[in-house]
Write a protein that binds this ligand. Structure first.
Ligand code: 1BN
Ligand code: ZN
Length: 322
């Protein structure tokens, strides 16, 4: 064999062995990337959530049954679909002191990864409607804006998470009273949702309900809500303690809200809410013209996002050890 032919064969052998090495490296990198995606903790990005809150505020008032509410739904749906989530509408007619109003809840389902696909689901919800005020323009940056924005970003975060049970994100319409918060003039969306599940015999498929409301307050202080299921509250406050999140304080206060409809139907529920909402100069911002972007902060949404994600394993296991 000539010298040149022998050296060419050697060259080919070397390049084959190089190709094999390159192939092994590529496969290893791809596998590592897939593993990392599977185990990397879900991240809540409050900058994106703040942008969602800003966009919702830019729509203006989002009173149930008005074009503003419809625009809010279109925005929420577009964001969730862009994140790869399917969105379903749950329309209903509500009887209010102002007559019949067409309202719509939005639902987005994140399936469980693995065997637990038919396990009872965790429902995480909040309202997107704003309260009707005729005497001033009410844009509800915190009240209606923070909860909807939070849930949109949570959807993005949970899409790439390994969820142990199915998780439903529930955007409730008609939380606000049309007039005064009394009788049945409030929580239209949650009442319809719970009643529909009761009629369908599917209440048992809800493991627990976690409500977020008014979580954007620049000066966030969240107390334990008195009627909320103790074990759910503890799971969330334990996570806050682990993370050193001082926004979650160990005082208790009673607050009427959408979670009561679930509790009354026998579904464990917890309300994460800060109702003490004021401006920098001390004016009341709750249900006032001051509920604007000036009085909310991305950092507050981050606190709740971090705590809820840290509490999720306990919430996902909730009910299985009872
Ligand atoms: C929360 C935000 N709520 C309305 N907007 C519920 C509520 C109503 C809480 C009345 C206390 C009093
Ligand atoms: Zn309100």
């Amino acid at each position: 064999m000539s010298v040149t032919r022998a050296s060419r064969r050697k060259d080919i052998q070397i390049s084959l062995s190089n190709m094999r090495k390159i192939l092994i490296s590529v496969v290893t990198i791809l596998l590592c990337a897939a593993c990392l995606q599977a185990v990397a903790p879900a991240k809540f990005d409050s900058n994106r959530a703040y942008e969602d809150m800003r966009q919702l505020v830019a729509i203006g008032p989002r009173v149930a049954g008005t074009p503003g509410a419809q625009a809010a739904r279109a925005y929420i749906t577009k964001q969730l679909q862009a994140a790869g989530l399917k969105v379903e509408e749950q329309p209903f007619d509500a009887t209010t002191p102002l007559g019949r109003v067409k309202m719509v809840n939005l639902r987005a389902m994140l399936p469980a990864t693995g065997a637990a696909q038919s396990a009872p689901r965790l429902v995480i919800g909040g309202h997107y409607d704003t309260k009707l005020f005729r005497e001033f323009t009410f844009v509800g940056a915190n009240d209606g804006g923070s909860s909807a924005a939070f849930l949109i970003e949570l959807g993005r975060a949970l899409k790439s998470r390994v969820n142990r049970v199915p998780i439903e994100l529930l955007f409730l319409d008609g939380e606000e009273a049309v007039g005064e918060w009394q009788g049945t003039d409030h929580t239209y969306g949650s009442r319809y949702y719970v009643e529909a599940a009761r009629k369908a015999g599917t209440l048992k498929d809800i493991r627990a309900f976690v409500l977020v409301d008014m979580i954007g307050d620049r000066d966030l202080v969240i107390k334990r809500e008195a009627s909320s299921t103790k074990a759910l509250t503890n799971a969330i406050w334990d996570a806050a303690q682990r993370l050193g999140r001082r926004e979650f304080v160990n005082e208790t206060t009673p607050i009427e809200d959408d979670h009561l409809e679930f509790l009354e139907a026998g579904v464990p529920a917890v309300d994460i809410i800060d109702l003490e909402y004021a401006t920098r100069t001390g004016e009341v911002a709750w249900h006032s013209k001051y509920d604007t972007l000036e009085n909310v902060a991305a950092g507050s949404l981050q606190a709740v996002g971090d705590v809820l994600l840290a509490a999720l394993p306990a919430l996902e296991a909730f009910g299985t050890r009872r």
